[in-house]
Design a protein around this ligand. Structure first.
Ligand SMILES: *C/C=C(C)/C=C/C=C(C)/C=C/C1=C(C)CCCC1(C)C
Length: 251
């Protein structure tokens, strides 16, 4: 374990030097937020992997997935903050590559929470995955200038709302009705994340692209996306960790 972390640490240290450009300006709020979230992602990654030892077997995979999510995000944040600080541009492609990897992993996480208590059909996983790909594909098309921003937004929203529908009304709801209180609190946390936490992303898109005129409000966009990543990757992982520790000490 110790060796593993050392290897991981040295591998990820490389781009942190490569990506660091000029100094961070104190008035660059967005740059500061990139920096804070980068550090938070690293800390969270180490934390989730180390804490695997504290929880019972069925929760270990959840913590592994949480650590992978923050680890992948850490890697991308090293580059994204470099792009922002050096050029002031929005790192759209890095951002979406990160989401393309981490959003399906969050869907895996949702699925694992449900699977911890009951047998959930694999079809639920496929539906959630499909919804998330529509959401991200449309969002990317809008942000990269491949499609007009408003229609892309509406299609992306439809993908997201479909996922909420499946979890609330569809198979997800049925799956938790007989679960333990701890699994229920993990399920409720998960619903909070996908409904409230994820809502920060379309709010960021709207504040960036839908404020009228041709302008793109890059500061709004990046600041809100960074906040959203902090909430959805780090806080969500901590909620799962908390439930896992409680469940494990009761067992
Ligand atoms: C770790 C990264 C996560 C959890 C990213 C989540 C991203 C979203 C929930 C994005 C949602 C969007 C819409 C609902 C509408 C179209 C624009 C998006 C892609 C920002």
């Amino acid at each position: 374990m110790g060796k593993l972390l050392l290897i991981l640490g040295s591998a990820i240290a490389l781009p942190s030097f490569a990506a660091a450009g000029g100094d961070l300006d104190i008035s660059d709020t967005v740059g500061v937020s990139f920096w804070l979230v980068t550090a938070g992602m690293l800390a969270a990654t180490v934390f989730f992997f180390v804490e695997r030892d504290q929880v019972s077997a069925k929760w270990k995979t959840s913590l592994t997935v949480s650590g992978l999510i923050t680890g992948i995000a850490f890697w991308h944040y090293l580059y994204m903050r470099g792009v922002w600080i050096d050029t002031g541009d929005t790192p759209t492609v890095f951002r979406y590559i990160d989401w393309l990897l981490t959003v399906p992993l969050q869907v895996v996480e949702f699925y694992l929470i449900l699977a911890a208590c009951t047998s959930v059909a694999a079809s639920l996983f496929k539906k959630l995955l499909a919804g998330s790909l529509v959401m991200l594909g449309a969002g990317f098309a809008g942000e990269a200038g491949l499609a007009p921003v408003l229609p892309a937004f509406i299609i992306g929203m439809a993908g997201w709302l479909y996922m909420i529908y499946e979890l609330y009304m569809g198979e997800g709801k049925a799956a938790v009705s007989t679960a333990s209180p701890a699994v229920n609190s993990a399920y409720n946390a998960m619903m909070m994340i996908i409904v409230v936490g994820w809502a920060i992303y379309p709010a960021g898109y709207a504040a960036g692209y839908l404020m009228g005129g041709e302008g793109v409000y890059a500061s709004n966009l990046n600041l809100i996306y960074n906040l959203a990543d902090f909430v959805n990757k780090i806080l969500f992982g901590l909620i799962i960790w908390n439930v896992a520790v409680k469940e494990s000490s009761n067992a």
